[in-house]
Design a protein around this ligand. Structure first.
Ligand SMILES: [Zn+2]
Length: 500
C-alpha cells in the first residue's frame, strides 16, 4: 500500500478532504465488467482471484443457503472500490480484516469499498458473509438455480455463480476452490474435484470438496440432494467419482450405463488430447427437469433427459472432451466459444468413428450437404457467433466441420499433433480462436488464414470449390446419414439457458 507521509503540522492545517494522500488521485473504482464485449457486465476489473474458500450450509426444505466466502486475490490497479458478481443477501464484507462498506448495483454487482484504498499489485483477502434463498433471486429476468425435490443444483453457462457465491464471474479469472457444504444428514453435497473429507455433527453432514487446479467460475458446481455416490479408478489411473440421484426412476439404468463409463472414456480421450489434466473425473445426474448437460470441471452435470432414450456415451464423450477443451484451456472471451464446442463436438465424431457408426469425414460431408446455401445455419460464424448465437447449433456442427476442414488441410500427422499439443501448450490457462490458428500454423507450417476465414468467419456457406479443396463433400452424390447422427443430434441441447 502506498502511504504518503504527512507531518502532524500539515495534517492539522489541512481539511479532511486535503488530508487524503495526493496519490489517492490514482485510486479509482474497479470496472463493473472484465471487458467482454458479449457480456459487458460479466466479471470485474481491478483484481485477479487465486482462490475461493466457500464454507456453506444448505437446507433443502427451505432452499436457504448461508455461509462465508473467503476470496484470495491480487489487485491489478490502485483500487478505491471493486465489484463482485453476486445475488444473495450480504451481511458483512471484510477486506484485509477490516469491515468494508458495500452496496448492490446493476443486475448482479456487489460494490465493495474497503476502509483504506488498495494499492496495485498487492494481495487482498475478502471475506463475504451471506445468506439467502437462491430460487427467489434473478438477474436480467432469469434464474439458473435449479430446485429439485430433494435439494438444488447450480450448473449453467455462462451464468451460475451469482446464485451461490460472490465472484469475479468470467473465465478469464480462474482460481482454485475449497467448497465445504453442510447439509442435513442423509443428504449429500456434490462439487468439483476431490472429496477431502466428511464429518457429521448435530444432524448435519459436512462435505469438503477441493478443486486444486484453476477453474472458471461457471465450471464450479454445487448439487445437494439424495445421491448414490460411486468411486473407482480408470485403467489409466484417473480417480472417478460419480453421483446419481436416488430418484431417477426409469432413467436410472441408462444414466449409470453411460456415466459409469467415464473412466474408460477419459482414458480413450487421453489418446487424442494427452494426459487428463485434473486430479479427479466424474459426473452427476440430479433429478432436475432440465434437458442439457454441462462440462462442470471434473464433475460433469447431466440432466436425466439425456438418458431418456437409453444409454448415451456420446454426451459423456462431449462433456469429457471439454475437460481439455474448455476447462483446462478456457476461452479468453465468450466469442471464442468454438475453442470449446467445435472440439467437444468433434470428439463425438471421433467416438462415432471408433464405434463404427460413421467416420468424421462422413459426418462432415453430411453436415455440409444437409444445409443448403440459404439455410440460416450458415449465417452463424462459429469463430465469432455473437452472444445471441453463442450456443447455436452451427457453433457445434459447423464448428466441427471446420475442424475436419483443418484436418484435411494439414494432414493427419500435423492435425493429431495439434489436437494433443494444444491442451498442454495452454494448460490451466486461457486462449482464443486466433491463438489456436497461430498454434495450428506453427505446428503444420502452413498459412491457415484463408481456411479459418472460410470455415469460421464468413456468414455464408463455403462454396463448392473451397469445400473440395478442403476435401469436404468431394463427390456430387448426397451423403447418407451416418448411423451416429441421431444420437449426436440428441445431444444438441447440451447447453441451454437456465430459463425454463
Ligand atoms: Zn459443449
Amino acid at each position: 500500500m502506498h502511504r504518503r507521509i504527512i507531518t502532524p503540522g500539515a495534517l492539522a492545517a489541512a481539511s479532511l478532504m486535503l488530508a487524503i494522500p495526493a496519490s489517492a488521485a490514482s485510486y479509482s473504482p474497479g470496472a463493473p465488467g472484465i471487458g467482454d464485449p458479449y457480456y459487458p457486465d460479466y466479471g470485474n476489473g481491478g483484481y485477479d482471484v487465486s482462490h475461493y474458500d466457500l464454507r456453506l450450509q444448505y437446507q433443502p426444505a427451505t432452499d436457504e443457503l448461508a455461509g462465508t466466502a473467503t476470496i484470495l486475490a491480487r489487485t491489478t490497479q490502485d483500487l478505491s472500490s471493486f465489484d463482485l458478481d453476486f445475488l444473495l443477501d450480504v451481511s458483512e464484507v471484510r477486506v484485509n480484516g477490516a469491515k468494508a462498506s458495500f452496496a448492490t448495483s446493476g443486475q448482479h454487482e456487489l460494490v465493495v469499498t474497503p476502509k483504506a484504498p488498495l494499492a496495485k499489485d498487492t494481495p487482498i483477502t475478502v471475506v463475504v458473509r451471506y445468506s439467502g434463498v437462491p430460487s427467489t433471486k434473478s438477474a436480467y429476468g432469469f434464474n439458473t438455480w435449479h430446485r429439485t425435490p430433494d435439494g438444488a443444483v447450480a450448473a449453467d453457462e455462462p451464468e451460475a455463480a451469482w446464485w451461490w457465491f460472490p465472484s469475479n464471474d468470467h473465465p478469464l479469472d480462474k482460481a482454485t476452490y475449497d467448497v465445504s457444504v453442510a447439509v442435513p444428514d442423509g443428504t449429500q453435497a456434490i462439487s468439483n474435484g476431490t472429496l477431502q473429507s466428511t464429518s457429521s455433527k448435530l444432524g448435519w453432514t459436512r462435505y469438503n470438496w477441493r478443486e486444486n487446479k484453476p477453474q472458471a467460475t461457471y465450471l464450479a458446481t454445487l448439487a445437494v440432494g439424495r445421491f448414490d455416490i460411486t468411486t473407482s479408478t480408470s485403467e489409466g489411473g484417473v480417480p472417478v467419482v460419480n453421483a446419481y440421484s436416488k430418484d431417477l426412476g426409469d432413467n436410472d439404468g441408462a444414466a449409470r450405463a453411460s456415466v459409469e463409463r467415464t473412466g474408460e472414456l477419459v482414458d480413450w480421450l487421453s489418446g487424442y488430447f494427452g494426459p487428463y489434466p485434473f486430479s479427479s473425473a466424474g459426473g452427476y445426474v440430479p433429478n432436475t427437469t432440465t434437458g442439457y448437460a454441462l462440462e462442470t470441471q471434473t464433475r460433469v452435470y447431466y440432466s436425466p433427459k439425456q438418458f431418456a432414450n437409453g444409454s448415451n456415451t456420446s454426451v459423456v464423450v462431449h462433456e469429457l472432451a471439454h475437460q481439455w477443451y474448455g476447462d483446462s484451456v478456457s476461452l479468453k472471451g465468450w466469442k471464442d466459444i468454438w475453442i470449446n464446442e467445435g472440439f467437444a463436438r468433434y470428439a463425438q465424431w471421433l467416438w462415432s468413428e471408433h464405434e463404427g457408426e460413421g467416420t468424421t469425414q462422413q459426418l462432415a460431408d453430411y453436415v455440409y450437404a444437409s444445409h443448403p446455401a440459404d439455410d440460416a445455419f450458415w449465417t452463424v460464424k462459429p469463430g465469432d457467433p455473437g452472444a445471441d448465437n453463442q450456443f447455436d447449433i452451427a457453433v457445434y456442427d459447423r464448428g466441427a466441420l471446420a475442424v475436419q476442414a483443418l484436418r484435411n488441410a494439414v494432414g493427419d500427422d500435423a492435425f493429431f499433433a495439434i489436437l494433443k499439443g494444444w491442451p498442454q501448450t495452454h494448460a490451466y490457462g486461457n486462449a482464443s480462436v486466433a491463438d489456436f490458428q497461430a498454434y495450428a500454423e506453427q505446428v503444420s507450417g502452413k498459412s491457415l488464414s484463408s481456411l479459418f476465414d472460410t470455415w469460421l468467419f464468413q456468414p455464408t456457406k463455403p462454396a463448392a470449390p473451397a469445400a473440395r479443396s478442403a476435401s469436404i463433400a468431394k463427390t456430387a452424390a448426397a451423403p447418407a446419414q451416418p448411423r451416429s447422427w441421431k444420437k449426436i443430434e440428441a445431444t444438441n441441447d447440451v447447453h441451454g439457458h437456465g430459463e425454463q
